[in-house]
Design a protein. Structure first.
Length: 178
């Protein structure tokens, strides 16, 4: 068996087409890039992994991130909640750098604008309480729904069983009409 080395080839010059990105792809890159910014608690209510064990909607990192994506450039708008006592200007600079860096690295698009609107400020304790409250509500609702569904299933089984008994009784009795 021969060892063959595949050499990278020059892109064919006669192949036409273009590469485009959906907004949600850029939003996801941004959402993941911002997960570890110290002092940034949420983007428009989307919980970040700073408190991984208390995540509620961890699969939607795009929540609260609005983008305008062109063929060469990207503009970003978002509402955020920051941690009380942190340097908000520093957080904003970190966000701009991370967003620009990650979007460029992965897509080669130029981030020309990052607009951040601080909509709230909370202490870490307030944020954790709010996170727990939301998660407790979700958990409680899921348990209540589960119990209700189980009760309804048992009622349906019982009703089916009663109907089956009645049908069985009717089959054994003399027909009323001939």
């Amino acid at each position: 068996m021969e060892n063959t080395t595949i050499k990278p080839t020059e892109p064919k010059k006669d192949v036409k087409g273009e590469l485009t990105y959906e907004d949600k792809v850029i939003q996801k890159i941004i959402g993941i890039a911002l997960e570890n910014v110290d002092g940034l608690l949420t983007v428009d209510g989307g919980f970040f992994s700073n408190i991984k064990e208390k995540l509620v909607n961890s699969d939607d990192v795009t929540s609260g991130i609005s983008t305008e994506v062109g063929k060469k450039q990207v503009a970003v708008d978002m509402d955020v909640v920051v941690e009380y006592g942190k340097d908000i200007d520093d957080i904003y600079d970190q966000m701009k750098n991370l967003i620009s860096e990650q979007v460029d690295k992965m897509t080669h698009l130029d981030v020309i604008e990052v607009n951040v609107n601080v909509v709230d400020i909370k202490t870490r304790e307030e944020y954790e309480e709010d996170s727990e409250t939301v998660q407790d509500k979700v958990t409680s609702a899921a348990q209540t729904t589960g119990k209700f569904a189980s009760k309804q299933t048992n009622r349906a089984k019982s009703a089916m069983s009663n109907q089956a008994d009645k049908i069985g009784d009717n089959l054994e009795s003399e027909p009323r009409v001939q």
